[in-house]
Every structure is written in structure tokens, then in C-alpha cells.
Design a protein around this ligand. Sequence first.
Ligand code: URA
Length: 285
Amino acid sequence: MASSGVDQGVTAAGVSALLAWYEAMGVDEVVGEVPVDRFAARRAPPPPPPIVAEPIEAPPPPDPVPAPRVRTQSAEPVLATDETAREARAVAAACASLDELRAALERFEGCNLRLTARSLVFAGGMPGSRVMMVGEAPGREEDLQGLPFVGRSGQLLDLMLKAIGLGRSDVYIANVVPWRPPGNRTPTPQETAVCRPFIQRQIELSAPEFLICLGGAAAKELMQTNEGILRLRGQWRSFALGERNIRAMATLHPAYLLRQPLQKRFAWRDFLSLRDALAASGPAN
Ligand code: URA
């Protein structure tokens, strides 16, 4: 761990307060004194040098069929190009089930966030639920557990769901970006663009009746709007899901509510609106 500058006479309470301060400042990883190139650590070992032998007869003509492109663990960070976005769309569209989609994301190397994240945070809750909730990207706790919304904002989300009679098994939860951005930074537009086909397909395959965007980032991406979340929240909109349209609403992100508890009253209205919509459309079967 980096030198803290704590002198020998410090008390256990002092150390504990210092650690709490580090955490509050966003220092949530134990690091060493020497910088570590985490990209290098994940690189595949270099291939052995080719063995060059004298040909004993004329080599066969080259194979006219181009070999399929085999992707190995990327040696260099991949930039989100149009080609990567096209590949993401093709890969996602070819998936016929949520299991296939998860497996395809496990293999997909077009987003650099997978290089620094510990886990793919694919989804939580119950696939096929009437309600699907989508956040922005996993945080530290989610990355550690491989599940969405299991940290402090997840605990608040659980309370909000409980307040309208729902639990985790009544909703399906995912994120626009399924890997934790380092240090919980905002995903870049390229990262979001490359992950978008996957969340779109995930929504299609889970086929909810109601889609809830948790926070402005998810709302902006899924509802394709630049409207601010404080104006957008609470309004039911139509979301194209293959052949049909489902109802979608944005609400305030639980992490924002933890910072701005007075805003919980708006989220409460939104959750009541969801409860009424569920009751009005009746049970799904
Ligand atoms: N915030 C999000 O947007 N998603 C999570 O999974 C956790 C926190």
C-alpha cells in the first residue's frame, strides 16, 4: 500500500479514520509503491519464434479460402472503431437467448473495460420479469461480486422496490456497460457505443413489459435523448422492442439519491407510477 505518512504514535482509531477518509476520497484499491501495467499482465505470452526449415519440396499453393479471424487476448488496447461497433451489433443480433448473449459478451474483446474489470456484470434478478431496470455501469462491489446493484446504491434500490411490493425476483437488472470502468469513472462515448447493441439485445431477449432507466446516463443511452434526468424522469415513453413497443420510464439513480436524499420524493413518485402501471396492466400470463 502507498505510504500513508502516518507516524508511529498514531492510534487504531486514527488509522481507522484515515482509511475512512481514503475511501470517501475514492481510494478504494490497495496499491503498491511500484506502478503495475495491468494491460501487460493480461497480455498473452509472445508466440515462440517461428521455426524456419529448408523446404524439401515446393510448398503447397496458398489456401484460397481465407481462414476465419481468430481473436486472441488483445495485445494492445482496442479502440472502439466503427468496425468494432459493427461487430458488436452482429454478435449481439446472432444471440438467440440470454445465455448465448452472456457467453458472447464473455468472449467479446471489442471493449477495453474488460481488461481492467474483474468480472463481467451481466445481470441480476429474474430474466423475463415484467420489469427490467438498467443502470449505467457496475461499481467496485458489483465488479467483485459479478452482480449489478449490490453495493450501497443496490441496497437503496432494494428498499425502493420493497416499498412498492417488489423484490429482486420480480425484476431483471442490467447495465448499459457490463464492465466496471476503472475508478468508477464515466464510461466514454466509445465504450458506451460498443456495448449498446448488447444491452439492446438483452432487453429484447428478456422482453419486459416495462423498462426503467436508472439515472440520466442509462436514460440518455436507451431513450436516445439529451434531456436532463430531472426533466425526463417520471414520464412514460415508448421504447421499440423488435416488433412491439414497451413502456419505458427514467428515474433518479439510487447513487444520486444517496447524495441528494431530498430528491427521494421524486423517485418515490416514479416508483408509485410503476406500481400503478403494473397493476393496471395486470399479471403477465
Ligand atoms: N450503479 C450502476 O449504475 N450500476 C450498478 O450495477 C451499480 C451501481
